[in-house]
Design a protein around this ligand. Structure first.
Ligand code: ADP
Ligand code: HMS
Length: 563
């Protein structure tokens, strides 16, 4: 155990990060990041219809690059003592594979076809299909949606599969099965050649694919046929066995061992989603809401099974035994756009620089534009922090990418209110940031209302670490302290903790968590004056949100008639 090192790999929305850590104390020896090049160019995506696809080569190249880079930084002695690798990814981010488990986009006939690529979590092209799953579920005596909050989302596995099957006959004719990114990478690293043998993690299966032990696996084929006969037989090619992430998926295969310069004795762990492993990296405790705040948020809560027996929390993204910590119920909620909302606003402000300024023969102008881009969010934050909130101020609704929880509805849209000719960029940014905090409070309220008390908040991820303004506002809005985890890479560190457990260095992931965890380095406490005013503004947010939702879904909605 003295000389044991492990690697955690974290696939985020824009990049993949690997960390190599000492399995004894969690000390970070090396880390490496790789931005997906095809994704960066916007290839295969169409934001205007919410289509976001990622090429498997972006993932494979990033895996090789970041692990090799970590090994190079660490030196031979440490590399020779790497015992295990575990991976987390975004989700639901599934792909169509053939009988050998090869994503169709890796075959020459499909290499430029977005439907043959991974359908990223934030792709909302299957709103219609999700709705059909929700309508069909109502016709069955067993409620197959009871463990996913009662509403199936367009961000998830089956809705995405049905959408692709309908859209693309060539894919429908060549697909053998449909696989989550977090289940496919361990299959790749262990040299899998038969798609029937892909090991599905309980995290992906339970939160996104309707798997539950009480159904003995997935809903029956008749359920899927009732949604659409195109789904007939798909569960035949997906094993009903699922695994917690502390288990081993297999060993590093010869091909990847050679590619990386590691031995085939290296253990590969079962994969899980970023937020779930991130919660472990961030040292989650029962009834603490562990908020991974980046592009979106994923809010995880764990509770001992016996204490929440019989509770079904509606409108969240699932409750699954062992999805975070084996032996505990893992509950997931989240917001579809968090940092992405700020990024949208930044891009809006960048419009003239990106579209009117000709930087062709002038690299200095290009540099200037880049520098300004970097400064927009931090500068807006500094100025927004100085504004005392009051009841009349501009305010916003944060559903820019739909609403993930509570009560998934990806058709909802964002809004700004109470603007006048004096409204400036800082005030709009403040309102947007506040709306994302109000969206976060809705999640806490839902858990509390439904018998799962939220006793504390843990913040991690890019926004938690980079944005003191937003974290203070979060504490004020929630009227609760929020402690920020020290680690820059909680998801990758969490994956490393699971790797150490899968390799048998620890018998339980809780042991890995306390030995390898880096602790907390900041805590934000509510400011009582602001708490009071945010309570009133939250009421306004709730009322306006309800109004928008009612209008959008009502039959006499003029917009529905025009559409
Ligand atoms: N200073 C900042 N304040 C608030 N948000 C920020 C700041 N800098 C970056 N962000 C947001 O952080 C998000 C990226 O978070 P990160 O955790 O790094 O990525 P990911 O969600 O892909 O894992 C982006 O959406 C970006 O808008
Ligand atoms: O939804 C999940 C997990 O269930 C996340 O993978 C998804 O929100 C993406 O997270 P990031 O914002 O990239 O950290």
């Amino acid at each position: 155990m003295d000389n044991a090192y492990v690697i955690g790999v974290d696939y985020g929305t824009d990049s993949v990060r690997s960390v190599l850590v000492n399995a004894r104390n969690g000390q970070e020896i090396a880390s490496s990041i790789y931005h997906y090049p095809r994704w960066k160019k916007g290839l295969y995506c169409n934001p205007s219809i919410n289509q976001f696809r990622q090429h498997p080569l972006d993932y494979i190249e990033g895996l090789e690059y970041t692990i090799k880079d970590c090994l190079k930084q660490s030196g031979e002695q440490i590399s020779a003592n790497v015992k295990a690798i575990a991976v987390d990814t975004t989700g639901s981010t599934p792909v169509a594979v053939d009988k050998t488990g090869t994503p169709l986009a890796l075959l020459p006939a499909f290499e430029e076809n977005p439907n043959a690529m991974f359908v990223l979590w934030k792709d909302h092209t299957s709103v219609k299909e999700a709705d059909e799953i929700n309508q069909t579920a109502k016709k069955f005596d067993i409620n197959y949606l009871q463990y996913v909050g009662g509403i199936y989302s367009s961000e998830w596995f089956w809705a995405k599969l049905l959408h692709i099957l309908r859209k693309d006959k060539a894919i429908a004719n060549n697909i053998f099965t449909w696989v989550e990114h977090c289940d496919w990478i361990p299959f790749l690293l262990t040299g899998g050649k038969d798609a029937l043998h892909i090991k599905r993690g309980v995290c992906s299966a339970g939160h996104k694919s309707l798997w539950n032990e009480s159904f003995d696996g997935y809903p029956p084929n008749e359920f899927f046929i009732a949604v659409d006969p195109l789904l007939n037989g798909f569960t035949d090619n997906i094993s009903a066995d699922t695994y917690t992430a502390d288990k081993k998926a297999g060993n590093l295969c010869e091909e990847w061992a050679q590619k990386l310069g590691l031995s085939t004795s290296v253990v590969i762990g079962i994969g899980a989603f970023d937020a779930h492993m991130g919660a472990v990296g961030g040292q989650i405790e029962p009834y603490y809401l562990s908020k991974v705040m980046g592009t979106s948020t994923c809010d995880m809560l764990v509770a001992p099974n016996h204490e929440v027996d019989g509770i079904l929390v509606s409108g969240i993204c699932g409750q699954v035994n062992g999805s975070v910590i084996p032996g505990m119920l893992g509950m997931e909620a989240g917001q579809s756009a968090f940092g992405d909302a700020y990024a949208w606003f930044k891009n809006l402000l960048m419009w003239p620089l990106k579209n009117l300024l000709s930087t062709n023969d002038n690299p200095a102008l290009d540099d200037l534009a880049n520098q300004l881009e970097q400064q927009i969010i931090p500068q807006l934050s500094k100025l927004a922090e100085k504004i005392e909130p009051n009841i009349q101020q501009e305010f916003a609704i944060d559903w820019l990418n739909g609403r993930r929880t509570p009560d998934a509805n990806q058709a909802l849209k964002g809004a700004f209110f109470d603007l006048n000719l004096g409204t400036d960029a800082v005030q709009l940014f403040r309102a947007l940031a506040e709306a994302t905090c109000f969206g976060a409070k809705k999640i806490v309220d839902r858990f509390n209302e439904q018998g799962v008390p939220v006793k504390g908040l843990i913040g991690m991820g890019g926004v938690a670490r980079k944005a003191p303004f937003i974290m203070q506002m979060m504490a004020d809005v929630m009227d609760m302290p929020i402690k920020i985890h020290r680690s820059e890479q909680t998801c990758a560190i969490g994956a490393a903790m699971f790797a150490a457990t899968a390799a048998g260095i620890y018998t339980k992931v809780e042991e890995a968590m306390s030995a390898m965890g880096q602790g907390f380095d900041a805590e934000y406490h509510p400011n009582p004056q602001r708490v009071a005013i945010y309570k009133l503004r939250y009421e306004k947010y709730t009322q306006m949100g309800m109004l928008i939702e009612e209008k959008l879904t009502s039959k006499d909605n003029i917009l529905t008639h025009i559409a």
